[in-house]
Design a protein around this ligand. Structure first.
Ligand code: UD1
Length: 427
């Protein structure tokens, strides 16, 4: 398996183009199952998870093709589900990516049946799907679990209902939203997740003819329609990719311009980094980050559903705090077991102690390069950030997870002065 080799110690300087949001693209692709007509998506990132979702949809009978041109260098993606060939999402595909569960709601709403293998994905805690299933039951579906598969049936169609989520779930909100748009009558999703990716999905569904009110709030009101039609939709910028490069600039004392993105998607991160001493400026074509050569000040961070500090930026923040002045407490409230980067950062000289869901990070003057490995997407990239700061050579092993979520990571960083390269197993 490929590795990434980094020779640290250089401040990042330059421009990086931010891609479309992976976590918006995945539910949007699943939404193509809701209509016989074509859904055309632009600003789609080129990532392993996107290819996995395309493979899963193709297996359901969706025509997946790239259109050339339209100002998008790679061309828009056209998804056409004129006919659904299978309502089963098999284990072999679902185990590669947890977001495969997002086909459950659309398949059920369109076909009255879906059978989806229980998901795998990142090894961050148990990550159940009970909220998805309870919500679908409220819409009138019969749910069974057998042989590692979830089977849901609604032969007479779904019926609108009020669903109160006991806790906030991004995936469950998306699945229920996609099911409710074709249910008969009115549905309300209360305590819904408010992540920008959900707003993006809701706006695309509106363009497909869905009736949705309360977008970007914690209460979505949906009036079911008999049928949806095709649409063109441009995916929002990836706020997690943006935040990751913001933190790479912050940690290395660099200056970056990130294009094709918006500061408004990152308010919680911006507040924390500004308190730490990083200057963030909104520009016409994106964001400018300037860290300067002075050490950053430690800040405390607690992850929370949007608009709180994103759990998907927690590991990267820890790498930044590892070289800040003073002590920082980083608390993870969304996922259990999401501190797998801690022992790896410690191998590079970081001073971190974990107490339950909190980690106390005492900033050190220098990190030292080392061979490291991580088992989830955001943990892996935090090790890349640490490697950019560290003295000497860092080898990040098992970079499979990085390719799931970061497009041409080493190219983008190398173009800004980082000494970073991908090497094959022999390298
Ligand atoms: C999505 C994101 C992921 C991000 C996460 C939280 C995608 C493809 N992935 O994941 O990158 O880290 O939001 O912002 O968009 N839970 C339950 N029961 C359920 C569903 C969730 O208990 O039925 C729990 C989870 O275990 C977790 C919490 O709720 O502790 C939040 O999970 P959720 O918001 O559902 O995350 P995902 O949609 O899986």
């Amino acid at each position: 398996m490929d590795k990434i080799r980094i020779l640290g110690g250089r401040a990042l300087e330059g421009r990086i183009a931010i891609g479309g949001a992976k976590n918006a693209a995945l539910p949007l692709m699943a939404a193509s199952l809701l209509t016989r007509q074509s859904l055309v998506l632009t600003n789609l990132p080129e990532l392993l998870d996107i290819a996995t979702m395309a493979g899963l949809l193709a297996q359901h009978g969706v025509g997946v093709s790239r259109r050339k041109g339209d100002g998008d260098s790679r061309g828009p993606l056209e998804l056409n589900a004129a006919q659904i060939a299978s309502t089963t999402a098999p284990y072999d595909l679902v185990r590669k990516m947890r977001a495969s569960i997002l086909v459950l709601g659309p398949l059920l709403a369109r076909c009255g049946h879906a059978r989806v293998s229980l998901p795998g994905g990142c090894a961050i805690g148990t990550r159940p799907v009970d909220l998805h299933l309870q919500g679908l039951e409220r819409l009138g579906a019969v749910v069974e679990l057998e042989g590692g598969y979830i089977e849901v049936r609604a032969p007479k169609g779904l019926k609108g209902a009020e669903i109160v989520f006991p806790s906030v779930s991004v995936g469950a909100t998306e699945n229920l939203l996609m099911a409710a748009v074709l249910a008969e009558g009115e549905s309300r999703l209360i305590n819904a997740a408010r992540e920008p990716e959900i707003g993006d999905l809701a706006r695309c569904l509106q363009a497909m003819g869905a009736k949705i009110e309360g977008i970007d709030s914690g209460c979505l009101r949906i009036l079911g329609v008999g049928e949806l039609h095709g649409a063109h939709h441009a995916i929002i910028p990836d706020r997690i990719e943006t935040g990751t490069y913001v933190m790479a600039a912050a940690a290395t004392g660099g200056r970056l311009t990130l294009t094709g993105t918006r500061l408004g998607l990152l308010a919680a991160l911006a507040r924390s980094l500004e308190a730490a001493g990083v200057a963030l400026t909104e520009r016409e074509d994106g964001i400018e980050v300037c860290a300067g050569s002075r050490a950053l000040t430690s800040v405390d961070v607690t992850t929370a559903p949007y608009p709180g500090f994103p759990t998907d930026l927690q590991a990267q923040m820890m790498a930044v705090m590892a070289v800040a002045e003073g002590a920082s407490t980083i608390t993870e409230t969304i996922f259990e077991n999401r501190f797998m980067h801690v022992p790896e950062l410690a191998r590079m000289g970081a001073d971190i102690s974990v107490h339950g869901a909190s980690a106390v990070v005492r900033g050190v003057k220098h990190l030292l390069g080392a061979p490291v490995m991580a088992t989830d997407l955001r943990a892996s990239v935090s090790l890349v950030i640490a490697g950019l700061v560290a003295e000497g050579e860092t080898i990040v092993n098992r970079i499979y997870h990085l390719d799931r979520g970061y497009e041409r990571l080493e190219e983008k960083l190398a173009a800004c002065g980082a000494r970073i390269e991908r090497v094959g197993d022999g390298g």
